[in-house]
Design a protein around this ligand. Structure first.
Ligand code: C5P
Length: 304
């Protein structure tokens, strides 16, 4: 078989329609029960065989990439290194990352990089990973990486990596209000531990799962919830200004912190409402991004 020199793959970002957090485990992770929803913002990774390992990065407008590490600690790099270890004829590669997902914004952009890099490296090196190996290595790279491979809608248990498919018939339209300064996920979980009462029970998504079977975003809006929201707000009190839109703006069905924040997701009744809301918030000086469902699984885009 002819050797490939260049492979491009992409993977979706996500929002958590619900994020239930339970106890802290011995390994430093929390038990979760959450509902992931992939969206149409995607990360694209291109791997090209090269003399030396190298990472470059580009981004859609409005995305601050200054905090993305361009060394061995980059998740895409780690994913490529894992696959290289399993392949018979690996090589050094130039990793180019194109970002559409806000950095450290609670939308799993780094996880999408890892998922796309796993797929691309598998194809480039002819490593022939099977499904179980993909899922294993994805979970080792990060709790959200298995979902970035799978996309669409899923319930995530354990540290978020044990996935069960969920039926979502609703087409959901979001305006994401991003923050130039990210929030650290471990810090938000730590704050959650500090401020949460011992009798706390993780958010129960049962009603949300039923609502997702309807095609009605109003029903979905009523059933969303995020146990990390209070912790994110505690660390970034300014977010409450945006969350207030839920009560004060007719186009906002629900305003909720996305994952561990600081991005806030605004669920709107339709794509038209989302476009208008984006324009309005941009005029008010906010950084906004429109996105919608579905967000399809990680996939190979091109190879040569
Ligand atoms: O797996 P990932 O690197 O994305 O997780 C980042 C951090 O977020 C973990 O080190 C942990 O502090 C926190 N986390 C958690 N419980 C989870 C997922 C993440 O406490 N289920």
């Amino acid at each position: 078989m002819q050797q490939l020199n260049k492979v491009t793959a992409s993977a979706p970002g996500k929002v958590n329609l619900s994020l239930g957090v339970a106890e802290l485990r011995d390994d430093g992770y929390h038990e979760l029960d959450n509902v992931f929803q992939a969206v149409n913002l995607r990360e694209t990774i291109t791997l090209t065989r090269a003399e030396k390992m190298k990472i470059t990065i580009g981004a859609a407008s409005g995305i601050n990439i200054s905090e993305v590490p361009l060394n061995e600690s980059n998740l895409a790099y780690k994913a490529v290194a894992r696959v290289a270890n399993l392949a018979e004829n690996p090589s050094n590669v130039h990793i180019h990352i194109h970002k559409e997902i806000p950095v450290a914004g609670g939308m799993a952009g780094g996880s999408a990089d890892a998922a796309a890099a796993l797929l691309a490296a598998n194809a480039l090196f002819g490593a022939r990973l099977n499904r179980a190996q993909f899922i294993y290595h994805a979970a080792q790279l990060g709790a959200d990486v298995p979902f970035a491979l799978q996309g669409n809608t899923a319930r995530g248990f354990s540290k978020g990596d044990q996935l069960v498919d969920v039926i979502c018939r609703s087409s959901l339209n979001f305006v994401m209000v991003t923050d130039e300064n990210g929030l650290s996920t471990p810090e938000v979980f730590n704050r959650f531990d500090q401020i949460t009462k011992t009798d706390h029970r993780a958010f129960d998504p049962t009603k949300l799962l039923q609502a997702l079977q309807s095609a009605n975003p109003y029903e979905v809006a009523e059933c969303m919830g995020n146990d990390l929201e209070a912790a994110a707000l505690d660390l970034r009190p300014e977010l409450s200004d945006i969350l207030r839109l839920e009560r004060t703006h007719p186009s906002v069905l629900r305003a909720m912190v996305s994952g561990s924040g600081p991005t806030v997701m605004l669920l709107t009744p339709s794509a038209e409402h989302a476009v208008e809301l984006c324009a309005e918030l941009t005029k008010r000086g906010r950084n906004v991004m429109q996105c919608n469902t579905p967000g399809i699984s990680a996939r190979i885009e091109d190879s040569e």
